[in-house]
Design a binder for this molecule. Structure first.
Ligand SMILES: Nc1nc2c(c(=O)[nH]1)N[C@H]1C(S)=C(S)[C@@H](COP(=O)(O)O)O[C@H]1N2
Ligand SMILES: [Mo]
Length: 320
């Protein structure tokens, strides 16, 4: 089903905030219809309260533009994967409020000349913040279009001066068992650990992310800092990071440890290589309506031109 706000609005030339405002104006205009059906107008307004939380100013970076409509604040902040808070899509929005994010320091260490432990406020200021609209593709074959705020991880990595031994980067998420109802279930080996090859981590698309929709990241999306690697399945993009470690050997990630035949280290979005439980050929765009048709998945999630060179000569079926 195409909705009125999907028509004529191009996220590449208007800010996400104005997209949301346009949507809300439409919702208010449509308030009469639910009233006629006996649904209180207030419930309609609560359907999408719009962006919330502290503003995070940034300049737009349109180097990788998308013409697709961005998802609503509500979609982005209530349909999440953050297994530390449970496996239900609504669990992170319901329980992540318990996570303590003040104070927050991040350790950047390993094969570097200048290891650092930085407070989140200093880390946020290390490079100019940019807003980038990226597609996010989950291995469960759903996707969203999300306006993230951050800067290329390469800025931070260059800052700590990697040594010749720095071949891989390991990202560790915070572990707060008392505040995280999901970690008592041993679905994964906590803390959540992910990794990238050094050249992937240094690619300008790889975003150290502090915000979404022009606001600081909500806890369910990985406050106060996460990474976003838009050409890989979402599980590579670890949330609420406390450590970034550089090393010479490939790390064993949480998902590889749990199910190595299902989750490879590379996890580049690839419509030609099915996951044992989900075909990767097509995807369901969250928020597009129950009757919307599935859309074809693009190699590298549509970022092939930018990143396929990183995998020249590699068998991407074996290295899934
Ligand atoms: N620490 C941590 N990071 C995580 C996850 C998780 O369970 N724990 N889930 C991943 C998965 S599977 C996806 S699809 C994305 C979802 O990000 P979003 O909820 O902000 O859309 O986060 C990834 N990062
Ligand atoms: Mo995912």
């Amino acid at each position: 089903m195409r909705r009125i706000w999907d028509i004529g609005l191009s996220p590449s030339d208007i800010t996400p905030e104005s997209v949301w405002r346009a949507r809300r104006r439409f919702m208010q205009g449509a308030a009469l219809a639910p009233l006629a059906l006996g649904v209180p107008a207030l419930a309609r307004a609560a359907a999408d309260a719009g962006p919330m939380g502290p503003l995070l100013p940034a300049t737009k970076d349109s180097r990788w533009p998308t013409v697709e409509a961005v998802n609503t604040w509500k979609d982005i902040t209530t349909y999440n994967n953050f297994y530390e808070f449970g496996t239900g899509k609504g669990d992170p929005a319901e329980y992540a409020g318990r996570m303590q994010i003040k104070p927050w320091t991040v350790q950047i260490d390993g094969a570097v000349r200048k290891p650092l432990t930085l407070d989140i406020d200093d880390l946020r200021k290390l490079a100019p913040l940019q807003e980038r609209v990226y597609r996010l593709r989950c291995v469960e074959a759903w996707s969203m279009v999300i306006p993230w705020t951050g800067y290329s991880l390469s800025h931070l990595l260059s800052h700590v001066e990697p040594t010749g031994d720095a071949k891989y980067v390991v990202f560790t998420s915070v572990l707060q068992p008392k505040n995280m109802p999901g970690v008592s279930e041993r679905i994964l080996d906590w803390p959540y650990t992910e990794g990238l090859r050094m050249d992937e981590a240094m690619h300008p698309l790889t975003l150290l992310t502090f915000g979404v929709y022009g606001r600081e990241l909500p806890k369910q999306n990985g406050a106060p800092m996460r990474v976003i690697i838009p050409w890989k399945y979402g599980f590579k993009s670890g949330k609420s990071l406390v450590r970034i470690h550089l090393q010479s050997t490939p790390p064993e990630t949480s998902w590889m440890r749990a199910a190595p035949q299902e989750y490879g280290f590379y996890a580049n979005v690839n419509p030609a290589v099915p996951h044992p439980r989900w075909s990767q050929a097509t995807e369901r765009r969250i928020g597009s309506g129950l009757f919307a048709s599935r859309i074809p998945t693009q190699p590298f999630n549509g970022y092939a031109e930018a990143v396929s060179g990183l995998y020249q000569g590699m068998d991407l079926r074996r290295n899934f």
